[in-house]
Design a protein around this ligand. Structure first.
Ligand code: PA5
Length: 475
């Protein structure tokens, strides 16, 4: 099996033209980028030794994977639908796995076509339209709700839980509440853990040193995957093999090191601060959104203090650092974003994802011989068309001196997804070190949470609240 590969020639000067990208010598021992990478690797090892990078050990945790798989098996046969209730890192990874590996229209398939695995839904946003419409459509007697929150304190998820609990109680009685819930949360703390203990709701643990956006290979992603028959061993094996590649001390052999170092350099050395992630596969749209969260929440931080490793390189005029990640989709965004990528400001770098072979490439019929616009497409396939468009777009960007990277995978399978998840998580840690920020926290999200609680519960502990709207500024 061919591992995921990273093509990075199109960010370097020889391909892009004079002064459009780093000289390859910068990647060699003693080169500028190599030295930055080595400092970032040292920081990664420091964090690992301090026990902060729990995600790196998840692929080895056979006991946790087995516990998750067994619970999924015991539930799977009873339920016709499973709803994952979770937001941010507690929903996006599982959604990325499901979209990639189940393929489109899973929920529209018959029981036989799904091999009697359940339908799978995601409730992420606290949007009443989606939540009500979904709950009205489900047969609650045959539905399992997997409520996922690492902290057990996220307002959106807990509010949805309360609505679901009430529905279950009124339709199925008190016993029904318990039998239709499964929590995934911190092993020791938080409201969900307390409830699990009091009400005897089964609850899978998220290891304490695994944060939300780094939790896809914990029960957060594994339970929903297992419940619909994804091969957890292959997923974890892919992650394990990529981890080994990403811990190699030589930059030229380390795909996460190259991603992090080249994307960071694109930002801080060339002002290419918009990092576009553009798979050419509908099934990888969820992965693009997962990347967007991982990259944005891990790296968008206040500027590091003077004297810290990333202080000089990443500092912005306004005091913040971090690239702006953008989730795109090929070829759809060729008809939307590409004009901007080709001719707009030179502040972007694109990472394409290419899937080399498809189970069913879908041949395009040869017909209409007298209409060249139609006949030239015949004899090819949709897969070939999409792949050709990717290569043509990368080449067009290159000719304009605009950088891109390409991740290539043989086929979309559990092993490859495990590789991609591990690759980007390690890259996020290394990029955090390069920017000189803590990639594991998200202090900027806290104020919004406090203000929300202040508005919802003015008399409560959280008294912070926005002032009322000023009518002079409204029209
Ligand atoms: O990456 C993160 O830490 C966040 O995006 C969280 O996943 C998100 O806020 C949800 O948090 P929780 O899992 O505690 O409900």
């Amino acid at each position: 099996m061919t591992p995921v590969t990273l093509q990075y020639g199109n960010v370097l000067e020889p391909q892009l033209g004079p002064d459009r990208g780093p000289d390859p010598s910068a990647l060699e021992a003693g080169g500028d980028l190599c030295r930055r990478f080595e400092a970032a690797m040292a920081e990664l090892h420091r964090l690992r030794e301090a026990g902060e990078l729990g995600f790196l050990d998840l692929p080895d945790d056979q006991a946790l994977a087995r516990q998750t798989g067994e619970l999924a098996d015991s539930f799977g046969q009873w339920f016709e639908a499973v709803v994952v209730v979770g937001i941010g890192g507690s929903g996006m990874g599982a959604r990325a796995i499901a979209e990639a590996l189940l393929g489109p229209f899973w929920n529209e398939r018959s029981d036989e076509e799904r091999d009697h695995f359940p339908r799978l839904y995601f409730l992420e946003n606290a949007d009443p339209d989606t939540t009500r419409e979904l709950l009205d459509r489900l047969d609650l007697r045959r539905t399992l709700f997997n409520v996922v929150s690492k902290s057990g304190g996220t307002a959106e998820t807990l509010a949805q839980y309360l609505i679901i609990e009430e529905r279950l109680r009124s339709e199925l009685g008190e016993e029904g509440v318990r039998g239709h819930l499964l929590f995934t949360t911190d092993p020791n703390a938080g409201a969900l853990r307390e409830l699990a203990g009091e009400r005897e709701v089964p609850a899978l643990p998220v290891p304490p040193n695994v944060g939300g956006r780094f939790s896809v290979l914990s029960p957060v992603g594994l339970l929903p995957a297992a419940v619909v028959g994804v091969d957890l061993d292959r997923l974890l094996e892919g992650a394990r093999s990529m981890r080994e590649r990403c811990l190699v001390p030589s930059l030229r052999e380390n795909p996460a090191g190259l991603l992090a170092t080249l994307l960071h350099a694109a930002d801080v050395d060339r002002g290419q601060r918009v990092h576009v992630f553009m798979p050419y596969s509908d099934r990888l749209q969820g992965l693009a959104l997962w990347f967007q969260q991982l990259w944005g929440e891990s790296l968008g931080k206040r500027a590091p203090a003077d004297g810290s490793p990333g202080a000089e390189a990443g500092t912005r005029d306004d005091g913040g650092v971090g690239p702006t990640p953008v989730a795109a989709l090929g070829a759809v965004d060729q008809h939307s974003l590409l004009q901007l990528l080709m001719d707009g400001p030179r502040d972007k770098v694109v990472t394409f994802v290419r899937v080399r072979s498809r189970d069913e490439p879908l041949p395009i019929p040869r017909s209409h011989p007298h209409r060249p616009m139609l006949s030239r497409l015949g004899g090819h396939s949709l897969a070939e068309l999409l792949d050709t468009e990717l290569r043509a777009t990368a080449e067009a960007l290159r000719r304009g001196g605009r950088p891109s990277l390409t991740l290539e995978m043989d086929r979309l399978d559990a092993h490859g997804m495990g590789e991609l998840f591990m690759l980007w998580q390690v890259a996020a840690i290394l990029a955090g070190a390069l920017y000189g920020v803590n990639p594991l926290d998200q202090p900027g999200v806290e104020l919004g949470k406090r203000l929300t609680l202040g508005l919802l519960d003015p008399g409560g502990e959280e008294r912070d609240a926005p002032p009322p709207d000023d009518p002079q500024w409204s029209v």
